[in-house]
Design a protein around this ligand. Structure first.
Ligand SMILES: [Zn+2]
Ligand SMILES: [Zn+2]
Length: 364
């Protein structure tokens, strides 16, 4: 295994004051956090997609086994050893894009979904979310300050697939019969529903574009699914300038595993297509054979804001989808607030019981 080279680092110095420039969400510019100078980013090419079959036919080293990079910060000279693709210097907090090509073994990103939600809007969305959480501790509500939200990108695989599926199953049609029965010595009638099943088969097609599969395992797939959906239609070509000042982990889920995930997602959609093709009142799908044409993929970076906070010695994370403003978070339950609420409920029940007893006493 070739050790990834460490000479691809990007740090963009402000021409006025020399500080490290940072990407400015909602724009296509970098901005100096100290003097406010801006520099436009030139995006040289559109986001590219690649032939998936050709890629998957070649073995790839597991990204989790690739060594970390060591780069020395051009701002302060400190060495940084990291597996991240971009982040901040551990000493001076200056923005560093570590690499955009890890010796060729780590695939370079093919596109970036732009930030539609800036840090201020993310903070406001988080504030609304946290204040509407029942029994949330005050520690959660304090995270609302703008400074505690950090920006990052989540690597995801996007798959295009033109599918044709031959299926066989059954179509169920409802019919009703009249039954007689006896109740309290009286003879009555009622309508009873039955289903008649008929064989059904056919062919459905669908053109999938950018079916997303997580390229990382933290946050977990369930959290990411809740954080979605993401619109990838506006994805731009990759330029390392868009990463300056943002946390970008290496992907750790290989494209091959991502394809398995995406296939499963597609299968659910295709089964729905088969059911609507079968029609009737109920459907059974017994078999589906799917043919893939024009399988393409790309590595996309999806934007988010996140914050972590500690409550009772445990770390919790909250995420804001920077594409849609949707907020997802781990939240602890404040047992003090729950206990107070439970006591208040008991008082209400107690008053109710007392009133009921009083009512019975006066009528009895
Ligand atoms: Zn400056
Ligand atoms: Zn530094």
């Amino acid at each position: 295994m070739t050790a990834p080279s460490s000479g691809q680092q990007h740090q963009y110095a402000c021409s006025s004051c020399g500080a490290a420039l940072e990407f400015q969400p909602g724009t296509s510019s970098m901005k100096c956090p100290y003097c406010g100078a801006t520099v436009a980013i030139t995006t040289s090419a559109d986001s590219t997609k690649h032939d998936y079959v050709a890629y998957a036919n070649v073995p790839h080293a597991l990204v989790s086994t690739l060594p970390a990079f060591t780069v020395s910060c051009r701002n302060c000279g400190s060495p940084n050893t990291t597996t991240a693709v971009a982040g901040r210097c551990q000493s001076c907090r200056g923005a560093i894009v570590v690499t955009d090509d890890c010796g060729g073994e780590l695939k370079s990103p093919d596109g970036i979904v732009p930030f539609a939600v800036d840090q201020k809007a993310a903070s406001a969305a988080f504030g609304t979310w946290s204040s509407s959480r029942w029994f949330a501790p005050n520690a959660l509500k304090k995270v609302r300050t703008t400074d505690s939200m950090r920006g990052g990108y989540l690597p995801h695989w996007g798959f295009d697939d033109k599918t044709t599926t031959d299926y066989s199953g059954e179509r169920g049609e409802h019919y009703y019969t009249t039954e007689t029965y006896t109740e309290n010595g009286q003879t009555r009638t009622r309508q009873v529903q039955h289903t008649a099943w008929y064989p059904a088969s056919g062919r459905v097609s669908r053109d999938f574009v950018d079916v997303l599969a997580p390229g990382i395992t933290t946050p977990d797939a369930e959290t990411l699914e809740k954080l979605g959906p993401w619109s990838t239609a506006g994805a731009t070509g990759y330029e390392s300038e868009y990463l300056a000042g943002y946390d970008v982990p290496r992907y750790s889920v290989m494209a091959e595993a991502g394809f398995g995930y995406a296939k499963h997602e597609m299968q659910q959609v295709i089964e729905g297509d088969c059911r609507s093709d079968i029609g009737g009142d109920e459907q059974r799908v017994h078999s589906m054979t799917t043919y893939d044409v024009d399988l393409l993929f790309r590595l996309l970076l999806l934007p988010l804001w996140f914050a972590t906070y500690v409550f009772s010695g445990k770390t919790y994370a909250v995420y804001v989808n920077a594409n849609t403003g949707k907020v997802i978070g781990d939240r602890p339950w404040s047992w003090i607030k729950i206990t107070l609420a439970a006591l208040a409920a008991l008082v209400v029940i107690g008053i109710g019981v007392y009133a009921y007893q009083q009512g019975h006493r006066s009528s009895g």
